[in-house]
Design a protein around this ligand. Structure first.
Ligand code: COA
Length: 172
């Protein structure tokens, strides 16, 4: 009797060659939050150390993660070029982690959040932060993020959805 080989997809650094597939996955997973490939590509150019792809054994992609240093309380707007990273940054911002349905529920998101948190700590950041769409808010709570309730940021978040909130995970 032969053993059944089951292997989980694994995270790898994103390359420019991945961008078309990342964009296709983003359109598929986030139809209500469309972003152009140029907006996704800029994040890879500005901070490649924060961009990852989840690779299946056959080289196809099952997900991606985009993150970069930023300013707490002023999250980048959806589908807009950032034009560069701020001169002074004080939080490590997770723009998006998205997996196709076949890759969910195996801890892949948790593994990349832990890796990003480790990188952010080594770089001296005191927090991770992200804009949580309503459907993922409970997931982020379970992963150690808490709501940041600053009324000044509410307007900036309306581009995501009426319920989007800024969530912060202390690293200290
Ligand atoms: C949210 C997401 C990244 C989680 O990825 P994942 O690899 O399945 O998550 P993990 O395996 O690390 O964690 C799974 C656990 O979280 C729970 N979970 C997953 N998605 C959840 C959600 N949206 N809300 C609440 N809990 C959720 C699972 O039930 C599971 O619980 P268990 O450990 O008790 O069984 C993935 O579901 C996804 O890509 N969703 C669509 C895109 C998205 O919303 N991204 C976030 C943008 S802000």
């Amino acid at each position: 009797m032969s053993a059944l080989a089951i292997s989980a997809p694994s995270w790898a650094p994103m390359s420019p060659l991945d961008l078309h597939e990342v964009s296709r996955l983003a359109d598929l997973i986030h139809p209500d939050y469309p972003e152009t490939i140029e907006v996704l590509a800029e994040k890879l150019v500005l901070y490649p150390a924060g961009c990852f792809v989840l690779e299946n054994d056959d080289g196809s992609l099952a997900g991606y993660a985009l993150s970069h240093p930023w300013r707490l309380g002023a999250p980048p707007k959806l589908n807009q070029l950032m034009g560069g990273l701020p001169a002074r940054t004080d939080t490590f911002y997770i723009h998006d982690i998205a997996l196709d349905e076949t890759a969910r529920g195996f801890g892949a998101a948790r593994r990349i959040v832990d890796a990003i948190a480790g990188h952010a700590r080594r770089e001296g950041f005191a927090s991770l932060s992200l804009t949580a769409i309503s459907a993922a808010r409970d997931y982020w709570r379970r992963t150690g993020f808490a709501e940041h309730t600053d009324p000044a940021i509410v307007a900036a978040l309306k581009d995501y959805d009426a319920d989007a909130i800024l969530m912060v995970h202390d690293l200290l």
